[in-house]
Structures are given as C-alpha cells and as structure tokens.
Design a protein around this ligand. Sequence first.
Ligand SMILES: NC(=O)c1ccc[n+]([C@@H]2O[C@H](COP(=O)([O-])OP(=O)(O)OC[C@H]3O[C@@H](n4cnc5c(N)ncnc54)[C@H](O)[C@@H]3O)[C@@H](O)[C@H]2O)c1
Length: 372
Amino acid sequence: MHIGCPKEIKPQEFRVGMTPNAAREAVHHGHKVTIETGAGAGAGFNDDDYIAAGAQIAESAADIFASADMIVKVKEPQPVERKMLREGQILFTYLHLAPDPEQTKDLLGSGATCIAYETVTDDRGGLPLLAPMSEVAGRLAPQVGAWTLQKANGGRGVLMGGVPGVGPARVVVIGGGVVGTHAARIAAGMGADVTVLDRSLPRLRYLDDTFGGQFKTSYASAGNTIDLAREADMIVGAVLIPGAAAPKLISRAQLAELKPGAALVDVAIDQGGCFETSKPTTHENPVYEVDGIMHYCVANMPGAVARTSTIALGNATMPFMLALADKGWRKACEDDPHLLNGLNVHAGKLTYYAVGKALGIDVLSPALALKA
Ligand SMILES: NC(=O)c1ccc[n+]([C@@H]2O[C@H](COP(=O)([O-])OP(=O)(O)OC[C@H]3O[C@@H](n4cnc5c(N)ncnc54)[C@H](O)[C@@H]3O)[C@@H](O)[C@H]2O)c1
C-alpha cells in the first residue's frame, strides 16, 4: 500500500501523523511511505530522518493526496484537504464529526473510507487512541499549574513541594480518569499534597488501591468539592461525561471562596470546561484572571509538547495503521471489531451511530459497510 502523511495545516498544530519509526515499520512491511517535506519539523523530525527510515519526501500535500492509498494524519482534514480526498482512499486520523456537519458533508461527498482515531476501542472499554493524549494533558497539568502559581505569572507564589519547614502546595484534581490519574501522580511526584475527587466508587477504589500512599481520594459530592477547593492552591478539572458537555463544578460566585491567586487548570475545556468561568485559551496566551483566580484553559494541551505527543500517538496508532496497510481496510476491520468501531464514513455513507444521531443523518451499519 502507498501510505501518505501530509504536514498538518490546522493553526497551532505541531504534531505529525507518522514518526520516522512508524514510517520504518511500514516500509519494513513492504509498503511505500511518502511524507510531505517539513511535516515532522514541529515535532523535531527532519526530512532526512524519514529518508533514513526508507520513506520518500513529497514537495506538497497535493502530491500526497493525489497518489496515496491511505492518508495518515493527526487533526481532522481542513476544507482544502477535504477537497483532495478521493473515492476509495483511506483516511486515518482524529475526526470528531459529531459537532462538525460541514466536515461530515465533505467526507461523505469525497467517497473516501474514514476511520476516526477517537472512536477506536479496546478490550477494556477504553479509547486507546485518545488515551495517550489524555496521559500527556494530565501529566502537563501540574507543570503548567505550577508555573501559573508563580508570583510573576499572577499566582499565589506557592512552590509545589514546599521546602523543609514550609508545607507543600495543596492540589485538588476533580475527575480521576486518565487525565486525573496522571495529573495526580505528577503533582504528588512534585511533592504537592494531592486529593483526587471522582463520582465513581469503583474508580476511587482503584485509585486508593494503586496510589494510596501517593495521594488521597474523596467522593465528588458538591459539598466535598467546595470544601477541598477552599483549601487548594491548584485545582485541576479532569471530568468527562462521555458525549456530554462537562458539568460546571465551581461557579463564579464560589471563586470568592477560593484562595486569592489559586490556579485553576481546566483540562476538560475541550468539552466546555468544568468551571463556570472557563473559556478556551491558546498556548500564546494560556492564562487569564477572574476575581483574583488564575485560569489555564488551553484546549489542545498536547500541542505544547508536540514531540512527546507525536511519539505517544504514533505508538498507539502504529498497530492499526499497519493492519490497515497490510490487509486493506475491509479485512483489517473484519478481523478487529475495535478498529471497525473507528469506521465513521465509507463510500458516501455515515457508519457511526452517535454521529448520525447528533447530525440527523441516516447511518449504514458498519457490518453492512464491510459487505458493501
Ligand atoms: N485540554 C486538552 O488538551 C485535553 C487533552 C486530553 C483530554 N482532555 C479532556 O480531559 C477530560 C478528561 O479526559 P479523560 O481521558 O481523563 O476521561 P476519563 O473518562 O478517563 O475520566 C473522566 C473521569 O471523570 C469522572 N467524572 C465524571 N463526572 C464527574 C463529576 N461530576 N465529578 C467528579 N468526577 C466526575 C468519571 O468518573 C471519570 O473517572 C475530557 O474532557 C477530555 O476531553 C483535554
């Protein structure tokens, strides 16, 4: 198969769909790999790294879209890219179609077979191609929160680990899923006093069993949440209710009860945020203040560490990318129901029920799409 990887063109996106290692594996499996010149630069990979891996370099995205059997990317295709997709071509990338009727219409019109990273599943009910980015955002949250707590950045002037004779920062993590667990581990590793709140008792049990010595757990009732928030130097928002906007867990009125200069890091901002005063920010201007409380609300946190994120995403996508290339999408999806769950669009038909429901479009069952 001819696999093509164009440079990402969405603003502020520095990741790339294929690492040189992924290219090397694909070439080793007998496939031809073409990378757009400069595609890996934002993640610290140059054209020579890809050439050494056996890939070829194309001068433009147009060359890649015109010739590749499968396009491997990171972000959803932008309008100019959607125009270049062809019937029969495979697109393997994040799509997030439910809130995006324009993109859905274009992908249906293209005739391509589009497999979305975010809906591929695993045996444990997880989302293996979303998890690496949650791990990155979770581990980054205490790092950016610690920076926000510094006096010059508007924060309380509190050091995460304290020093002998001075207590550590108090960190409250709301939501103990993938983001929350990784945030809590790193905050605890920095020496902070950490409590994780969740509404799921099985999750709290798991966290207590696994990390009992490193951080505390608490049930996320409204009362516990505000009691802990009042004492906190940093609050990390890491909740998720699948398919729904994030619940607002701290209101504007409650900001007055928090410590002046406390840092709110709202990782859940991509689902609308879990603090009433959260609004999306960018890496250029990540932090703003409301009522004396600092808010960090960057919607694409993994972009700050594009190299780590690219390699982490590449590790997760590689087996699926190789299966698609080795077997073709039909056989690969027939053999792996989790990959089939990633199928969102095939030959002009929508094949993912939640997207169909959100956009009011008829859905062809993925099983029938395999036979179509
Ligand atoms: N900003 C970014 O760059 C970025 C990057 C990755 C993930 N995210 C977002 O981070 C959020 C968390 O992702 P995740 O992968 O950890 O999800 P997850 O499903 O692994 O964990 C979410 C946790 O929230 C808990 N929860 C739900 N409602 C709650 C409530 N009211 N109070 C307390 N806990 C509650 C759930 O029980 C679950 O344990 C999502 O919104 C995700 O989209 C953002």
